[in-house]
Write a protein that binds this ligand. Structure first.
Ligand SMILES: *Cc1c(COP(=O)(O)O)cnc(C)c1O
Length: 379
């Protein structure tokens, strides 16, 4: 089956009692045993639940993985992924990663003695120089947030494997429709399903996907032990959202491209970050390793912070909010919002200055979006 058919059909048809076409919400904490030691496959919802399982089958199939776990949030997914490592391991992380990921790594680093190196992963030589004896994980996020830098997953995964390290890829921004990390050598894929996979800004969720049997066993143990599995209701919402993933991704991209081209032509704009523009430094790699360029666009406006604040306050359709990947357009100021928790020195070094504005381009009418931005830029 091709991807859009998988998105619609995988993980449904679960109801053998009444043949409901849509997977029911099994809103139960526990399951009656058939007899001592015999269940119908489920005993307790922390361990497994049929609605969550349906979502997990769907996400695993979309990523071409062996096994997926749906968890409470994207950060829960990253937390689960970190448990594939041990205290004292060294992790190399992309230097402009999601702010919450940096905070998680820092917190775990302090608590459990992880060693961390943040490097510009577009520079393979810099990654090579950062490798230590105890390097056990490469934390890859591409395109990065919010600057949409592109790194070469295949090259990094093979470098990780040369050193017996795991290649983690956060595939939140592109989704399995636009980027296939396992085909490029990734070992563990992380998602914030809060974003495009659910796509409707009405749930928080996460997923971890693996494609090796040993990792699948460990993944199940970690999620069950930590108790971070997603609730049946939230799992059902994400499963519903995924059915329209591909038409949504196409609409997001068409609008994002229009917005990026509009911003590139606007005299009030200093710089546009969109990997689908040939001027973007990651354009060639993006073209090679991605099916599409996604729906996120960042830019720097000309002028001081007053101008930036004026733009952020002036849009009417783009709502000033964190998060991304929903059908509605959002505008965000990474330095004071999504990346406020990031170590300021690291933030500056990664180029996330206070003039950067990030857009999550929704699926509204493109002309309305462009007019909204034009009005805000000229306000
Ligand atoms: C939002 C996000 C996360 C964290 O996900 P939550 O669902 O907010 O916990 C992790 N990685 C990326 C790239 C994100 O955009």
């Amino acid at each position: 089956m091709r991807l859009q058919t998988i998105a619609v059909h995988s993980g449904v048809d679960k109801d053998k009692s009444y043949n409901s076409v849509i997977t029911p919400i099994y809103q139960t904490s526990t399951f009656r045993f058939e007899d001592i030691g015999t269940t119908k496959g489920y005993d307790y919802t922390r361990t497994s639940n049929p609605t969550r399982k349906a979502l997990e089958e769907n996400i695993a199939a979309l990523e071409g993985g062996l096994s997926a776990k749906a968890v409470a949030t994207g950060m829960a997914a990253s937390t689960v992924a970190l448990h594939f490592l041990r205290a004292g391991d060294h992790v190399i992380c992309t230097n402009d990663c999601y702010g919450g990921t940096e905070r998680l790594l820092r917190t775990y680093g302090d608590m459990f003695g992880f060693q961390l190196s943040y490097v510009n992963m577009a520079d393979l030589q810099a990654v090579r120089s950062a490798i230590r004896e105890n390097t056990k994980g490469f934390w890859i996020e591409t395109p990065s947030n919010p600057l949409l830098n592109i790194v070469d997953i295949r090259a990094l995964a093979s470098l990780a494997h040369e050193h017996h390290a795991l290649a983690f890829v956060d595939n939140t921004f592109l989704t399995p429709y636009n980027q296939r990390p396992f085909e490029l050598g990734a070992d563990i894929i992380i998602h914030s399903t809060t974003k495009y996979l659910n796509g409707h800004s009405d749930v928080v969720g996460g997923a971890v996907v693996v494609n090796q049997p040993a990792l699948a066993d460990r993944l199940h143990t970690i999620v069950n032990t930590l108790g971070v599995g997603q609730s049946p209701f939230d799992s059902w919402l994400v499963l519903r959202g995924i059915k329209t993933l591909i038409p949504r991704m196409k609409a997001h991209e068409e609008n994002a491209r229009g917005v990026a081209e509009f911003l590139s032509r606007h005299s009030g704009v200093q710089r546009v970050y969109y990997p689908g523009l040939p001027s973007h430094p990651g354009y060639e790699i993006a073209k090679r390793q991605q099916r599409g360029f996604g729906g996120m666009v960042s830019f720097e406006a000309k002028g001081g912070i007053e101008k930036i604040n004026s733009i952020l306050r002036s849009t009417k359709i783009f709502a000033l909010a964190e998060s991304l990947g929903g059908i509605e357009s959002l505008i965000c100021h990474p330095a004071t919002m999504t990346h406020a928790s990031m170590n300021p020195e690291l933030r500056e070094k990664a180029g996330i200055n206070e003039r950067v504005i990030r857009l999550s381009v929704g699926i509204e009418d493109q002309d309305d979006l462009i007019e909204d931005l034009d009005h805000a830029l000229n306000a």
